[in-house]
Design a protein around this ligand. Structure first.
Ligand code: FE
Length: 219
């Protein structure tokens, strides 16, 4: 434990040094987080090495590329798609993406008649295991309030124009239940591999504020 503390503190000093070398000061939040971490470490509540592993996982391993592979598989494998819509937590687990204990992931399918969009009106609940960390706008007050009151307006702000007859359904993400939007597979992608299909899947199209890229965009 003592060595961990030492190594970690050293890493922090190094980091602080780098920050100064680039002429930027730490923000107030960063300073407060650091002070809190130091206190909790000294009191033995947390292990900095474990914290480092969690942070590294979210920075490098967990991200929207995981969700993109899930969507690409659903587009190419009807059995997987059925399993995903039936129980998304279970289906993504078969691909190695583990939900946190108690989390329940629900996949909602876009069709020509129905477009799904996800919001957490209270805070920032988000399916981390498949999408990584939520974007800043997802946590913003304007998105959280407007997505419910005027989803079509929000979509238009994001550059998404849907036919007037397409219904929009807003899903409220909570601490227990998270949503993953299954977008419609773009045309002109017949016979594409899962890897190639995954390149069409943007983070925003899995939240419902965007559409997948078109076949031409990545050709
Ligand atoms: Fe939340």
């Amino acid at each position: 434990m003592a060595t961990h503390v030492h190594d970690h503190q050293h890493a922090h000093d190094q980091h602080a040094h780098d920050q100064h070398a680039h002429g930027s000061e730490l923000s107030e939040t960063q300073l407060r987080v650091r002070a809190l971490e130091t206190v909790l470490t000294e009191k033995g509540y947390i292990d900095p090495a474990a914290l480092d592993l969690i942070i590294e996982a979210y920075e490098t391993k967990v991200g929207p590329h995981n969700g993109a592979r899930v969507i690409a598989r659903a587009w190419s494998d009807p059995t997987f798609k059925r399993a995903l819509l039936e129980d998304a937590s279970k289906a993504v687990r078969t691909m190695g993406h583990e939900s946190r204990v108690g989390d329940h992931l629900v996949a909602v399918e876009n069709t020509p008649q129905l477009h799904n969009i996800v919001v957490c009106t209270l805070c920032s609940c988000y399916p981390w295991e498949v999408l990584g960390l939520p974007p800043v706008w997802y946590k913003s007050a304007p998105y959280r309030s407007r997505a419910v009151k005027d989803p079509r307006g929000v979509l238009s702000d994001f550059g998404v124009k849907l036919p007037n007859e397409t219904q929009i359904r807003v899903w409220e993400s909570t601490a227990e239940t998270r949503f993953l939007v299954l977008p419609m597979r773009p045309g002109g992608t017949e016979g594409w591999s899962e890897e190639r299909l995954a390149q069409l899947v943007t983070r925003d199209c899995m939240i419902g504020t965007g559409l997948p890229k078109s076949a031409q965009e990545i050709a």
